[in-house]
Write a protein that binds this ligand. Structure first.
Ligand code: ATP
Ligand code: MG
Length: 577
């Protein structure tokens, strides 16, 4: 199979990396300008690779549907044509509320071809969070499924006057009243190529995960395609010959950045599993589809670890060469577990909605378990501290500070929707301030300490929750843990740990004492948690991240007499509003 992209490998190292050279790997629009959909689909067709498989969609009952790059170019051209017929103007927002499916890809690519701004939404959202996001986004068109429309949108439709059209993918029978049918619209169009878009034109609107508070709408331009093309090669060594699987929810930034754009611009085949997480199913897919590159999250890894390495090994195949993780800290044990169970260590990668693409990562052959790795070539980072309101860049080894990225990163967001003050507050002296506290060791590896908002200030110590969580995770009874600061009259705050236990262990007084003493031995008395609170599961965002702010509120409140250890705390996932 030929390479779908031309151009040299850009990951040779900082010294030789040049964004202008990397830019030559992009095709660009035939008449000038840049469009993500053209890079992701039509350029492959133009390069003679239209016949190559782009998507393998697996239905819940393993029904298989394969789409080639030509299918994607054709289908997205039809979506673009119908969006234009519906009156979509350049820069208008198309919201997409779909589960993982081929239509999700076609809707995204079609939106970009029509010059629109693609805004994915979580299908787990209820009507309230959907309404507020559709309003804030001022979405003109919504593409969803008939079932999701009836369950979640029909009741709020009348309150969304700017939403002029709803297009539904039929699940059965006719489209709901007031909606247009996706397949019928596509069939009635002639595919059109991407309209002329500039690299700085807005293309994506993502709402952040809402881990630390109300989600923010981050806008990105077509330019982010460059960082996504490059970072996937740098971290995954992704080539057109790979079978790639990104398990991210389509509503999350990872779902569009590394679910849609990165694999397609690199010309490889993506597995798209329509079902939810299931350990055996996932191992089966890795094996049967001969996945070579796998991108998943710490939550999923922890879930798999609960079932033990032997089960994973019973499905093991030799195709998998890269397994990577994103979204939350990944402890050393989880990295090593990957090696033991799957034959490859999990590579931790760091980025955030605002950065638009991976900025820091462990890479094959260069892993530093427990750390987030090193900044990718072409990305300048700094550790920033503020003293008396003045910014200073910490240079010394083992420095701790707020992670900052040079604001010239191609994939960096254009700003927060409708919040210029917040956008401005995120930048200082040419740096983008990430809000994450990190440590940089002498070798240049970056270690996650905690979100600035989550740092625990206890007497003279500033405690990063991740260090305490890592220590507790070393105990075999601990399946998951979230550490937060609890107000304390004497010490300001003390660390307390919410813990869910592994099968075979009993969450009771004896384990509580054992964990307290275990943590004290590992961490010393200043850092060790003062309390252990057992929970069945930890509260998570829709992206599966532990919501420490919910834990913090719980830790700060009086104990519930009916539920002294707080086991009723966490019914599962929280809608973040
Ligand atoms: P919000 O900004 O609404 O609170 P969020 O920050 O969780 O939500 P995302 O943009 O999805 O929304 O997540 C980015 C954040 O996730 C990072 O700033 C960091 O705190 C955390 N994160 C991502 N990857 C890693 C990683 N590899 N290690 C540690 N933390 C990570
Ligand atoms: Mg954030």
């Amino acid at each position: 199979m030929g390479q779908a992209n031309s151009g040299g490998h850009p990951s040779a190292g900082c010294e030789t990396f040049d964004w202008d050279v990397a830019r030559r790997m992009l095709a660009g629009l035939p008449g000038g300008g840049l469009n993500i959909a053209h890079e992701a689909a039509d350029r492959h067709v133009a390069d003679g690779n239209g016949h190559r498989p782009a998507l393998l969609c697996l239905g819940r009952r393993y029904e298989r549907r394969q789409l080639s790059y030509l299918d994607l170019a054709d289908g997205s051209g039809r979506v673009a044509a119908f969006l234009q017929r519906l009156g979509l103007n350049k820069g208008d927002v198309v919201a997409v509320l779909l589960d993982r499916s081929a239509e999700f890809f076609l809707a995204a690519l079609g939106t970009w071809k029509a010059g629109g701004v693609f805004c994915p939404l979580f299908s787990a959202f209820g009507p309230g969070p959907l309404k507020s996001r559709l309003e804030l986004a001022r979405a003109r068109v919504l593409i969803t499924s008939s079932g999701l429309y009836q369950r979640k949108v029909a009741a709020i439709r009348a309150a969304l006057p700017e939403l002029t059209h709803v297009v539904t993918v039929a699940e059965s029978g006719e489209s709901p009243s007031g909606c247009l049918d996706f397949a019928a619209l596509m069939a009635a169009q002639t595919p059109q190529p991407a309209i002329a878009t500039a690299e700085s034109d807005p293309a994506l609107l993502h709402f952040t995960s809402g881990t630390a508070g109300t989600p923010k709408g981050a806008i990105h331009s077509h330019r982010c395609v460059l960082s996504l093309l490059v970072s996937a090669r740098q971290v995954f060594d992704l080539t057109a010959d790979d079978v790639y699987w990104c398990t991210a929810d389509p509503g999350w930034v990872t779902g569009s950045a590394y679910g849609i754009i990165a694999p397609l611009v690199n010309g490889c085949l993506s597995v798209v599993d329509e079902a939810e997480f299931d350990t055996r199913r996932w191992y089966g897919i890795l094996k049967d589809e001969k996945v070579t590159v796998w991108y998943t999250t710490p939550t999923n890894i922890r879930l798999m670890m609960r079932f033990g390495a032997a089960l994973a090994r019973s499905y093991r195949q030799n195709s998998l060469r890269v397994a990577a993780s994103v979204g939350e800290p990944l402890n050393r044990e989880a990295v090593a577990w990957g090696e033991k169970a799957l034959g490859v260590p999990f590579l931790d990668t760091w980025w955030q909605t605002e950065t638009g693409a991976i900025a820091i990562a462990n890479r094959a052959g260069c892993t530093h378990p427990g750390s987030m790795g090193k900044p990718l070539p072409g990305i300048e980072t700094a550790l920033i501290t503020f003293e008396h309101g003045r910014l200073s860049v910490a240079e010394q080894p083992e420095a701790i500070g707020e992670l900052a990225l040079k604001a010239n990163l191609p994939s960096l967001f254009l700003g927060y929707l409708g919040d210029p003050a917040r956008t401005e507050a995120s930048f200082a002296d040419g740096w983008y301030l990430t809000g994450d506290q990190v440590r940089r060791d002498a070798a240049g590896c970056i270690w996650f300490v905690g979100r600035s908002d989550d740092m625990i200030k206890s007497a003279a110590h500033t405690i990063g929750p991740f260090e305490v969580e890592c220590a507790l995770m070393n105990h075999p009874a601990v399946a998951e843990t979230g550490v937060v600061g609890k107000p304390d009259l004497l010490l300001r705050e003390v660390p307390v740990a919410f813990v869910s236990v592994n099968p075979g262990f009993e969450a009771g007084e004896s384990l509580r004492l054992e964990l307290l003493s275990f943590a004290r031995q590992e961490l010393g008395s200043a850092l060790a948690p003062r309390e252990i609170l057992f929970v069945e599961s930890l509260p998570k965002t829709n992206t599966g991240k532990i919501m420490r702010r919910v834990l913090k509120a719980k830790a700060s409140s009086e104990p519930d007499e009916d539920d002294p250890i707080g086991t009723a705390l966490c019914p599962g996932r929280f809608d973040d509003e």
